[in-house]
Structures are given as C-alpha cells and as structure tokens.
Design a binder for this molecule. Structure first.
Ligand SMILES: *Cc1c(COP(=O)(O)O)cnc(C)c1O
Length: 400
C-alpha cells in the first residue's frame, strides 16, 4: 500500500519535479543510477561496510529506564542516532549519496546547509571519498554558525556565503540548485533531507530507512513485539521518514513533532503542517509556510535544524492520508525535555531531537507500563551548548 512515490515522483498529489528544463535530464540520470544500484548486492555491501566500519552502526537502542520511572507510564526506548560519526543521522544519507556520486562518475560534490549539520556530513564524506566539496550557506547562517563553518573548512570544504533573500537555508538551497544547473556534468548535488525534486525525497528515504529497520529488530529482541508509538522530530523530515518506514504497514501510531518555536499562534514558528498551505518549494509540491502572495515566510525555531519552511512531500501525503499525526512542540517544551533526558539518563540530545522527546514524554504519562514508545534521538546536543547557555545559564547555575 505504501509503495510511494509513483513513476512520476508523486506521493499522492505531492512531490514531483518542478524544475527548469535543464535539470530534467540530470535528475533522470540520478534516478536511473539509483535504481540500478538499489538492488545491487555489491553496492549494498559497500554501503553497509561504510555505515558499520566508518560511522559506527548499528546504533544502540537504549531503554530510558530512569525517565520511564520518573514519568510513571509507557516504557521509553531511544534509537541512538546521536552515536553516529559526526553526531546525527545525516551521515547515513551523505555516505549513500557519496557512493551514488562515485558510481555515476561524478568528481565533485555540492551541498546546501542551514545550521551546518548537513554541510559537515557532506564535507566529511567528501573528504573520505576524495571529492572536492562546495557548501552553500546563507550569510546569516554563516554568521550564526561560525563553529560549523570552521569545522567544514577543517574538513577541506569550501563554504560559499549566499547573500540573496534573507541569507538562510531557503536561499542557500536556491543557490546550490542554480550552481548545479550550470555544473551538473561533473558535480553531484547532495541534498540533506527528504526534500527537493524527485528522485531526492525517495533516495534520501531509502538511505535513512536503516534507522527504523534496525530499531524494529532491536526492540523485537528486547520486548518481543512492536512499539505502540513511534515519535520523531520533523524538519525536512529525513530522520522521521527513516524510522517511520519500518512501521507504516504495522498497527503502530506514528507521530511527527514539528517546531512551534514561540507558539503556533505567534509569527515565530516552523510548524509547516499545522500552519502551512500547499505550494511549490525547491522543486516539490508540498506544504509550506507562505504569505498570501506565495512568498516564503522565514521560519523560526530555537533548533537550527528544524527551521525549514517546507516539509518533505511524503510527509505531506502521510499527513493528508491521516497515517501520521503531526504535532507541534514549542522551544520551551523542547528545552524542558532536553534537560530531563540530560539529568535522568546522562544523554544530552540535540534540541531538534528534544522536540520528539517532549511529545513522547507527554504521551507516555497517559499510557501504562506494558506499552512502549520508540523515539528517534536524531542527534547529540554538543552543538547546542552555546544556544542552551544563552537561555539557561542563570537557571542552571542557580541549581548547582
Ligand atoms: C538536521 C537535523 C534534523 C532535521 O532534519 P530532518 O531531515 O527532519 O531529519 C533533526 N535532528 C538533527 C540532530 C539534525 O541534525
């Protein structure tokens, strides 16, 4: 039933390829190459070897017993994508696309980045594969995320500040696509989430589905059955699609947590499903936050990885069909969940992942001990310590 996308890259009405004619052929070549390698055991073995020997998979499944006892409800299990090399799930996709680029005979990598997480993953795999790498990043983000900019440079990548628009992720993506149109002969465009024109949402999903496949097996080993609910945070939606994929055909509740920022009734949020409307962004028909003229409204969230104004087209479809419920979580709720996990489990999660945790903790209290919730812990919080210090320094110091 969930064998999406169809042959023209649609998930229901969503997705597709809304791109200039010059990009149709390069996209078709990528699709063709991906279909060839997808069922090729040699590619599969190479990909798995990189995931295991280089990135450290399989990642652990951790029973959060202290938090579970504290909340007094359903058992909470964490899929530990924070334990991956470079600290999040993004490397799963970056390694897969690098291997695809190599198979296609491409010699250079370009990527877009917002906070710099995908940029770092792209720069990392480019170094490993010996590809020169150019990362497009909005100038506003370059200023805000100087540590990640320097990190990418240490890894040998060139970072190009983008001055158009507001100088954020949307503009960086536009610029990356523009550059790619002119250089697609030898450049491979590595997209960081399940967004963009077909076949990207499909390819990225396939490279992230290992999260759910592994977690399902691991939980079966511990609990002997499926979780009652699976929760993941949603920016573009790649970690969520990756963990949901294994459970779509099962009788399991799936919940996506999007960023409500200061609240969905304010203008400062990134709640694409709750507050968005249908439109085209970066070559794909989906929900996005836009004004009455179709201009993108700049999203806001305390977590730099969730403030994308669109959402992957498969999520748009899963929302419309009702298979997945999307709920929003505010900055404050996410930070509270982050603190609880840190204090009770000794795990400092990324603020993005803390959005999923907040939803899971809230639901766990209403459930009983026989039930379980699987949460995708998409990344580690080391990158967020500066941000957290700005909001919490006085409060945390007062306690110690
Ligand atoms: C980038 C990022 C996200 C958001 O991206 P998705 O494509 O929605 O998964 C979530 N968590 C972490 C740790 C990230 O780095």
């Amino acid at each position: 039933m969930y064998q999406y996308p169809n042959e023209i890259g649609r998930f229901g009405e969503f997705g597709g390829k809304f791109v200039p004619e010059t990009l149709m052929q390069p996209l078709e070549q990528i699709e063709k190459a991906f279909k060839e390698i997808k069922n090729d055991p040699v590619f599969e073995a190479e990909y798995k070897k990189l995931l295991f020997d280089y990135s450290g998979r399989p990642t652990a499944l951790t029973f959060a017993d202290q938090v579970t006892n504290h909340l007094g409800g359903a058992k909470i299990y964490l899929k530990r994508e924070d334990l991956n090399h470079t600290g999040s799930h993004k490397i799963n996709n970056a390694l897969g696309q690098a291997l695809l680029a190599k198979k296609m005979g491409k010699t250079k990598i370009i990527a877009e980045t917002g906070a710099g997480q995908h940029g770092v993953a792209a720069a990392t795999v480019a170094a490993k594969f010996g590809f020169p790498c150019t990362v497009f990043m909005g100038e506003e983000d370059v200023a805000r995320q100087s540590l990640n900019v320097f990190r990418m440079k240490l890894l040998g990548a060139e970072v190009v500040p983008v001055t158009s628009g507001n100088g954020t992720l949307k503009d960086a993506t536009n610029e990356a696509i523009r550059y790619w149109v002119q250089h697609c002969e030898d450049h491979f465009y590595m997209i960081g989430s399940v967004v963009g024109p077909h076949p990207y949402p499909y390819i990225v999903r396939e490279f992230q589905r290992i999260i759910g496949d592994e977690a399902k097996e691991q939980l079966r080993g511990i609990e002997g059955n499926l979780p009652d609910k699976v929760v993941a945070c949603v920016g573009g939606g790649s970690n969520a699609i990756g963990i949901f994929q294994a459970f779509l055909a099962e009788n399991v509740d799936l919940i996506g947590a999007e960023a409500a920022g200061k609240g969905i009734d304010t203008s400062l949020h990134a709640a694409t499903i709750s507050k968005g409307t249908k439109g085209v962004i970066h070559g794909s028909l989906t929900y996005l936050i836009q004004d009455q003229f179709g201009q993108i409204i700049e999203p806001y969230s305390i977590s730099a990885g969730l403030d994308y104004p669109g959402i992957g087209p498969e999520h748009a479809y899963l929302h419309q069909s009702g298979r997945v419920k999307y709920e929003s979580v505010t900055d404050d709720e996410a930070v509270a969940a982050l603190r609880l996990l840190s204090e009770k489990e000794g795990i400092l999660p990324a603020i993005e992942s803390a959005h999923a945790l907040a939803k899971a903790f809230e639901m766990a209290k209403e459930m009983d001990r026989e039930q379980s919730i699987l949460v995708c812990l998409s990344g580690r919080g080391d990158k967020d310590v500066n941000t957290l210090m700005q909001v919490l320094e006085d409060e945390v110091n007062a306690h110690v």
